[in-house]
Design a binder for this molecule. Structure first.
Ligand SMILES: Nc1ccn([C@@H]2O[C@H](COP(=O)(O)OP(=O)(O)OP(=O)(O)O)[C@@H](O)[C@H]2O)c(=O)n1
Ligand SMILES: C[C@](O)(CO)[C@H](O)COP(=O)(O)O
Length: 258
């Protein structure tokens, strides 16, 4: 018999699986026609910093997001790269800049095509929602990690909504057809979170101009779920939204003491 000590037993544990990697695609190629004349919307200043930089920081604030793909105006990728170099961004996050397309859908697709293989979860976040809080971003990611294939932040509506027969002339009276039950309606925001393979399939399969990515997943017959949205994740669309965004930013700076 050997006097050698018995080998130590193998620890009775299953090795932890690494968390799926998360990337954010930021479509920022829109002109911002409804905001009025000026630079492309994503490049306009909010509190002295381009709206796009706020949106990138909002994604990079989440510790789960390790890559941000910015989809720049078609002829503006070099300008956006220079812009990113000029602003402090978290070192633990990687950045890519790609040119966008004529529609939001085309721009998101361009961002998806640029994603490296090793990302399983994708957020799609409007550059036009620069002030989304990190807790909302994390709630979306967590819901995807928990198994949902598509997740949208959503808020109840403040207004009663009417379905109308659209008038031929802008501003002409429109007959009201119905009043949907408001308690079943939600206004949805971004970031919208996806199982990457599902979102890619939606973009490969669904035709027509969808106004958000989740509705493309719905068209595949899959279930999209909501998490609570946030008032400060509103979209900067019209001039008054800029006034609100400046006010929210000023309040944050006051609360942070600078
Ligand atoms: N061809 C397009 C159009 C829109 N977007 C992006 O999609 C987001 C949401 O779009 P929206 O708020 O409608 O922006 P714009 O298209 O710029 O606005 P508008 O319709 O007033 O021109 C924005 O971050 C916008 O930059 C994009 O990447 N590529
Ligand atoms: C994606 C979106 O922000 C969800 O509310 C919205 O649909 C974008 O609409 P837009 O007309 O392109 O601004």
């Amino acid at each position: 018999m050997s006097d050698d000590p018995l080998p130590a037993p193998e620890p009775n544990t299953v090795p932890a699986r690494p968390a799926p990697r998360t990337a954010a695609v930021i479509p920022a190629a829109g002109r911002g026609v409804r905001l009025g004349p000026g630079a492309p919307k994503a490049l306009r200043a909010l509190g002295g910093t381009p709206m796009l930089v706020h949106a990138i920081r909002a994604m990079a604030d989440s510790r789960a997001v390790s890559l941000v793909v910015v989809v720049a105006p078609p002829d503006g990728a070099a300008e956006v790269k220079t812009l990113l170099d000029a602003h402090a961004l978290p070192e633990r996050t990687d950045f890519l800049v790609v040119p966008g397309g004529d529609t939001r859908q085309e721009s998101v697709r361009a961002g998806l095509e640029a994603l490296p293989e090793d990302y399983d979860i994708v957020l799609v976040h409007d550059a036009a929602r620069p002030l989304v809080p990190v807790d909302t971003v994390d709630a979306v990611i967590e819901a995807v990690r928990d198994g949902a294939v598509a997740v949208v932040p959503a808020l109840p509506l403040a207004d009663t909504v009417k379905e109308v027969e659209p008038a031929a002339e802008p501003g002409a009276p429109e007959p009201v057809l119905a009043t949907p039950d408001r308690s079943r309606l939600r206004a949805v925001q971004t970031p919208q979170g996806f199982d990457r393979a599902t979102l890619v399939r939606a973009h490969e399969t669904v035709t027509g101009n969808a106004t958000d990515d989740a509705s493309m997943v719905e068209q595949l017959g899959l279930t999209v779920v909501t998490v609570p949205g946030h008032e400060e994740a509103f979209k900067v669309t019209r001039p008054l939204d800029m006034v609100l965004a400046e006010a929210v930013l000023a309040r944050r700076r006051l609360n942070d003491g600078f």
